[in-house]
Design a protein around this ligand. Structure first.
Ligand code: A2P
Length: 208
């Protein structure tokens, strides 16, 4: 059976295999601990970040949110090359981790081969929420949600990433063991990993 209209999923994306999920969760947790430690000296401590963010579900990098066919462009997206690559395993490069008052996520740097699965309008679609996002390179929004603050929807993670990426580059505030830490104001932090993490992930889809 073809991936047609009646069976379009909630979303397509890369779903991390279990070892990659475990490794990313563990690196994420190390980052939150290190950031808590740094903030304690720099800006005073609030509640531990690990408690602040509610992690959930299996870790994935959404490509196209289809809403069972209701989202614009969902049907067109599910054609080639998506249907041909469905079920294939890819090595995703996790290049950075970020925290905002709303979300905790990992930035994914897509290769040209992976970008063929990236919707052409993913960044433009965010322009109304994040002015300037539409001019960022294709794939800028690619991320893995690691946690959200109470009452925040996971769609916010990609928007928070874009919000950081449209800002002018700043100097790192410190070098942590995992990499250099930058502060973008308004509670926004980004850690560029010294060694990008390779995460094996299966290109597939999710139905609730
Ligand atoms: P993300 O990919 O940032 O984690 P939900 O559980 O809210 O129905 O969302 C299911 C998945 O689809 C989540 O992974 C979520 O965010 C993503 N998502 C939800 N809404 C959108 C949207 N409007 N655009 C892009 N991705 C979305």
């Amino acid at each position: 059976r073809q991936l047609d209209e009646v069976c379009l999923p909630l979303f397509f994306g890369w779903f991390l295999l279990t070892p990659a999920q475990d490794q990313l969760r563990s690196t994420g947790s190390d980052f939150l601990t290190a950031l808590d430690g740094f903030k304690k000296n720099a800006v005073g401590q609030e509640i531990p970040l690990e408690q602040y963010f509610k992690g959930k579900r299996s870790l994935h990098c959404t490509t196209k949110f289809c809403d069972y066919g209701k989202a614009e462009g969902a049907k067109e997206y599910a054609e080639k090359p998506v249907s041909e690559l469905y079920g294939s395993v890819f090595d995703l490069a996790v290049s950075a981790l970020f925290v905002t008052p709303r979300t905790f996520g990992a930035r994914v740097s897509l290769t040209d081969e992976q970008l063929v699965l990236w919707p052409a309008d993913a960044e433009k679609e965010a322009e109304s929420s994040v002015p300037g996002a539409g001019s960022l390179p294709l794939g800028s929004r690619a991320h893995i949600t690691l946690g959200c603050a109470d009452g925040v929807e996971p769609v916010q993670t990609g928007l928070d990433l874009l919000e950081i990426l449209v800002l002018p580059e700043v100097e790192p505030v410190t070098d942590l063991e995992l990499g250099s830490l930058r502060f973008y104001g308004e509670g926004r932090w980004m850690l560029e990993l010294k060694e990008p993490m390779c995460a094996a992930a299966c290109f597939s889809s999710f139905y609730k």
